[in-house]
Design a protein around this ligand. Sequence first.
Ligand SMILES: [Zn+2]
Ligand SMILES: [Zn+2]
Length: 388
Amino acid sequence: MLATQDVYPSSTTHLTNDERRERLREKAHVMDVQLLSFAQEAAEFAASDAWDEDGSVSPIDWIRFNCHMTSVTAGDLIAVGENLARLPESVGATFDREIGFAHVKTMARTADAVESKFNEVPLLEKARESSPGKFHHICTHYRHAADAEKYAAEQTEQVEQRRLKLSTWMDGSVLISGVLDPVGGAALRTALEPLARKSGAHDYRELERRQADALVDLAMHAMDTGLIPQRASQRTHLQVTTSLETLLGLAGAPAAEMELSVPISSKTVERLACDCSVTRILLDSESMVIDSGRAKRTISGPQRKALNVRDKHCVWPGCERPASWTEGHHLVHWLHGGGGDLPNLALLCYRHHWMVHEGGWQIVRGDDGRMLTIPPLVEFGSLARGPD
Ligand SMILES: [Zn+2]
Ligand SMILES: [Zn+2]
């Protein structure tokens, strides 16, 4: 058993592994029992006027602030306390170390959800043989079985609660925050998951970076393939206005203007112009519009088809992103005299196209026709590694 001094943090490096395992189990049990006791008192506190007398808006808020916990935790504790009378077997099972407080919490939330249809004993059987995570999943099915209509109503409400907020930081970065219902979230995850896998050689990106790249890929693909429903008056490609000096990357040239963004670098314009999509090019001296038309592919339709047939997918070593998810890259940019003929073209997915224009990488065709990549000499974060 734990002694009083054991509740103070102290090093256990002198203990054997058996002792460590035993102590952690013991401590977890003591916490579970303490939480049950806390839950009972929290529910009685909530039923009293003690929190109101203290000027709090709710018992949850009083506990959140005074007991240093999140409102979710405080709410769970009160819910358990309020349901203890319906959970006598579960309380006993917690004291007998068969289940933990996490199980009881799920049990209490389930009891709240299904109300009079709640039946403790069969659920407790499941709790005994399941981890808290699996038990939560089982209880979700139980709730549906007990009251399918209410369950459906909850999911409908979750759809109504969908939110997506896009805000722009000072530097132009876009901050994304929001919430999706389970089904909508699953659709997004299913779409992002294959796009967020590591792809090709030199992929050192962490998961969150890959997910963000995947979301951008999805948007680029939707624009490229015309998947976005539009009226003739609406535009669904990136609107860029640039001077020729900027496009050529001349010293002293201003940045390019892009709709919905801060001004963008000449490297980025170079990439966008590589395949298409620069809507207007202005001659700086006269400010004369030399091309005010719709974004036009710099690679013609038939050539692009031939390119798709030849390359089939992104040509970056190891990358197999299919042709419909790629852009046509000029190995020698057309700005610098590179032609639009097949030997000068290669398919690159959005990210690898970015890597050769903005990321400092080079891609060249070797004598045997295979593509070779050359990393940048300078290291940018984890993206690029110099040659070992
Ligand atoms: Zn390119
Ligand atoms: Zn690729």
